[in-house]
Design a protein around this ligand. Structure first.
Ligand code: HEM
Length: 477
């Protein structure tokens, strides 16, 4: 396929294509594709086979900018196709929707994510971060084996989205030995080892699987439970004329204006789960781990915290959490150093042609047609010494400058019209939690952390093998 188009690329094997090392469990798909990225130094793109599907890996930042921003209409879609009738919850997610329906849904939901709305939600989420501090303080192994931090951060982001999107208490911090009922329900989505996670993973290797009508992402019982939860809260609020400062309130107002059915409110609320709960927990986990491994940056963030608290009568305001320079720099460096996912996938929707003009790349041309698929090199640019000096080192100072935020090189939330709609909420949850953790605890790596760090091979997102074990030592007042 790629040879006929004059596109360079590694020789594929039948059926397994170029991801054999991943399929046998030696590495993640992101790592297998990363090896190809490095082999094709000097080329603006490389044509490879993700199993049987030909996909084009972008290597040139100018091409990336065209795909995500300038020529967006040629790549207006993500690759997944999910039928709304079969999967009413997943099928209405903006990430999945296509064409006019995507545009309308995104336009409708975006006002629910403004900074004004985030500011309203801030006090609710701050209380949850405080609950997490109490949970860690009383955790039986916090200072010995430590706490498996992916599980800890999932409790946090779960409680956040339960409160913000469903208007209920997720009760995630009530027990040490088990997770709450709502946590179990939320885990039905993308948590490794669940039905949905397997389907999601399989769909990334063999997207054709989604054309089978019997493939359903969310089990009918889970769908029903979620609809019941939302319907109960919505009717309780309507009956008692309750106005809350959360995302559900925003959805209820939308429902009134646009006559939305309960299933539509439920699916838009569930978008926070599907797109926000696991991603934000994964990013927070990687940030805390990087801070545990590099304690000097913990102290820099604590200095920021003290300064901002002093300026605001001991309070940590919404503005303070957003402004703290070292917290921002550590978060962005962590997104670069250990991203939750290595690439994203875009489908060609209108014919597209690209020839690089940057002399750093060979002058070759690719012509793509609707249905062709490209991969964005999210983690590969981040680890390329051409763009980041000492890429294997965690160095937040590099994120203090504006240049490091060039979105054609560093785009953890993607870019252009299909960029992350929930990034404000994601960043707020992560920064708020990090602030409260560092205010109260010194973090260090637990002996239970398997080093060097490797990832489980078959996950949709990067997941640390053996768990992210961190020790939390209380800082005395
Ligand atoms: C730190 C946490 C997060 C990260 C790193 C992240 C990252 C991303 C990325 C890279 C994309 C583009 C995916 C692609 O092009 O294939 C995306 C899309 C999206 N994200 Fe996030 N995200 C985060 C949190 C959230 C949260 C909290 C929400 C809650 C609503 C959310 C909702 C979405 C939606 C709806 C899309 C699809 C947008 C569209 O296609 O129009 N994300 N996110």
């Amino acid at each position: 396929y790629w040879e006929r188009k004059g596109v360079p690329g590694p020789k594929p094997w039948p059926i397994i294509g170029n991801i054999g090392s991943h399929l046998i469990g030696k590495m993640t798909m992101g790592e297998a594709i990363g090896e190809i990225y490095r082999k094709f130094e000097g080329y603006p793109f490389a044509g490879l086979f993700r199993a049987t599907k030909p996909v084009l890996l972008i290597r040139d930042p100018d091409m990336l900018h065209r795909v995500l921003v300038k020529d967006f209409k040629s790549f207006a879609q993500n690759e997944f196709v999910i039928n709304k009738e079969t999967d009413p919850i997943f099928g209405r997610n903006p990430f999945i929707l296509r064409g006019q329906e995507w545009k309308e849904t995104r336009t409708m939901l975006t006002p629910g994510m403004t900074s004004g709305k985030m500011k309203n939600m801030y006090p609710i989420l701050r209380e949850i971060s405080k609950n997490m501090v109490k949970y860690i303080e009383n955790h039986p192994t916090a200072t010995t084996d430590g706490i498996e931090t992916r599980a800890l951060t999932k409790r946090l982001t779960l409680d956040n989205v339960a409160k913000a999107a469903f208007g209920i208490d997720g009760k995630a911090f009530e027990r040490y030995d088990d997770i709450s009922e709502f946590n179990k329900l939320a885990d039905e989505f993308l948590t490794p080892g669940t039905w949905t996670s397997y389907i999601f993973y399989l769909a990334t290797v063999f997207p054709a699987i989604l054309r089978c009508r019997f493939v359903k992402f969310v089990r009918p019982e889970v769908e029903q439970q979620l609809i019941e939860i939302v319907s109960d809260v919505v009717s309780y609020r309507r009956k008692n004329n309750i106005q809350a400062n959360d995302y559900l309130q925003f959805l209820m107002e939308l429902a009134k204006d646009r006559n939305l059915a309960d299933i539509e409110i439920t699916s838009h609320a569930a978008t926070l789960f599907i797109d926000g709960y696991e991603t934000s927990s994964a990013v927070l986990t990687f940030l805390l781990l990087s801070l545990a491994q590099n304690p000097e940056y913990q102290e820099k963030i604590r200095n920021d915290i003290r300064k901002y608290e002093k300026e605001n009568d001991g309070e940590l305001t919404y503005e303070a959490v957003h402004e703290m320079p070292w917290l921002n720099a550590c978060l962005y460096e962590s997104l670069r150093y250990r991203p939750a996912a290595d690439f994203t996938v875009k489908e060609c929707t209108e014919p597209f042609e690209y020839t690089p003009t940057n002399p750093d790349f060979k002058t070759i041309t690719v012509k793509l047609n609707p249905g062709d698929v490209v991969l964005t090199p999210m983690a590969y640019f981040s680890k390329d010494a051409r763009y980041f000096e000492n890429p294997e080192k965690f160095m937040p100072e590099r994120m203090m400058s504006k240049e490091s935020m060039d979105k054609s090189i560093f785009f953890p939330f993607s870019d252009g019209p299909r960029g992350c709609i929930g990034q404000r909420l994601g960043r707020m949850m992560i920064k708020l939690a990090t602030t409260y953790i560092l205010k109260n605890f010194e973090l260090s790596v637990s002996p239970k952390l398997q080093q060097p760090i490797t990832y489980l091979p078959y996950n949709f997102m990067n997941e640390i093998r053996g768990g992210a074990w961190i020790r939390y030592k209380k800082i005395s007042d």
